[in-house]
Design a protein around this ligand. Sequence first.
Ligand code: WT7
Length: 626
Amino acid sequence: MTDSRTAQHQRSLDDPDGFWLEQARSLDWITPPTRAGDWSFDEKDFHVRWFEDGVLNVSANCLDRHLAEHGDRVAIVWEPDDPKAEPKRFTYAQVHEEVCRFANVLKAQGVQKGDRVTVYMPMIPEAAFALLACARIGAIHSVVFGGFSADSLAGRMEDCGSAVVITADEGRRGGKTVPLKTTVDEAATIFAGVKTVLVVKCTGRDVPMTEGRDVWYHEAAAKVSTDCPPEPMKAEDPLFILYTSGSTGKPKGVVHTTGGYLLWAALTFRTTFDYKAPEIFWCTADIGWVTGHSYIVYGPLASGATSLMFEGVPTWPTSARMWEVVDRHDVSILYTAPTALRSLMKEGDDIVKATSRKSLRLLGTVGEPINPEAWRWYHDVVGDGRCPIVDTWWQTETGGHMITPFPGTVTKPGSATLPFHGVEPKLLDGEGKELHGEAEGNLIIARAWPGMMRGVWGDEKRFFDTYFRTFPGVYTTGDGARRDEDGYYWITGRVDDVINVSGHRMGTAEVESALVLHDDVAEAAVVGMPHDVKGQGIYAYVTLNSGIEASEDLRQALKKHVRHEIGPIATPDAIQFAPGLPKTRSGKIMRRILRKIAEGEIGALGDTSTLADPSVVDDLVKNRVG
Ligand code: WT7
């Protein structure tokens, strides 16, 4: 397996055109492409295009082409939040009908090819239908995770000029309700460009509807037909935008296009998970993250697979929920995040052992480095020592898996192992010099691959500056990695000011801007700190305005403030009130010192003599929290 893998990988690098044109035949093209990759990472001639003369439609690839042979196969199994409620199952024929109807509703609301449609939804089947409906008519979806605040939602809608948002009255999660429609109403007071709010009935809660702007989905759906021909799209037409945090500024709208992305999602799905119908594949991510896009919707459906979609959370009503869902639906492949495993591992093995899990064949992880202890627990306890583990390294920007084992790859706990076909990783030192053999450095990708992002929405320069300027001629991932004697990669984590909280990216700058918006705050600096369950937690140093007293109440108020500004995932785990921050004489905050203090490594602060006022460090060390 590893040998044929190596041979395929070599071929994909030696003959990229031949390899990728051949792979592209696995999609259903209206006009098949005659060209594969056409790209340059050089500043003067920067461009990335794949299968440029090909024409296809993503929803037709995910649905229509399966109808003749597999129309009765279940495409989506939906497991509700409440285990006492009934799961739902939709065959490919049914999803096709739902998507055509949904697409016609969008058209009836005036949505046209190229328009941006925001999706702010709970984990219900309509969320998947909404994505595929956009794809069907050539609208560009921008999914905003349902845990983000009104401000975050409004900011993302404004950034991509989205006038239409699809939402639900409320969502359900872990026995609680999430007031989605109320948040959309608040977002519409911030961004006046919100013209249409399409509301799916989920909990049935009575929500105020604004005349002329808000439309109930079920009412609109009753008025349209289920006949909706798929729009022919060029391979390089945008399919979606997904906002993600970077080290500076506001979240960026990562743009993925039609042909290359779909091929990447589908091929990685089939290869990494070695999917075989009629297995049930369960990716536990939310559709609001790229993992949900690629491995709940596009990868599985383009492959004719059965994808399980879960409305709830792993810990409700009890920590047995994941294993009960596995048994209830006979899940063969489970794809989840290390943070979920760590939180369940704490509850002990008996809860897991009380369930069967006999259906499991393969286990996957994604989102952050998995510590060997969690890896072994996943392997030995969850998988009863029977199931291979695929630790998949990738990013929102990469569209799908980049470094990952396949089921036959010899694994090592904590290593994402080897590059996927067509992926050429390298390690560079700080000066950009390539490191060979066993080494640790900046992880870069030396050539374009079909699934890579094509731009930052509305900001071409930011795309180049963020990913191609630090090390000219290559894609910079922002991660560090080590390569061992077998050529295996071990991701060491972000090398920039991005923190990874429970597998979700958070920019320190974003949390800082939220904090300084508070009236009592003069200055803030945010760094990551080690966290048992989340992987990394958020540690904030806050300098208050003069005359403001530090207090526990204020600390709680600041946490609440950040939750409200960005969303619960951005809530600081620790806030330290600091009369001063360590700055160089030119006023630059020395984050290295702040990171060390947050990590509790106060013996290793390094040289502090270049600070404008070295004495601030003593105070920071003395008043460290946690
Ligand atoms: C960052 C990307 C990939 C979809 C979910 C997160 C970290 C992701 C792994 C892994 C070590 C990982 C990296 C990466 N990461 N997977 N298997 N091992 N680190 O997507 O929000 O774009 O975050 O997540 O640091 O850069 P994202």
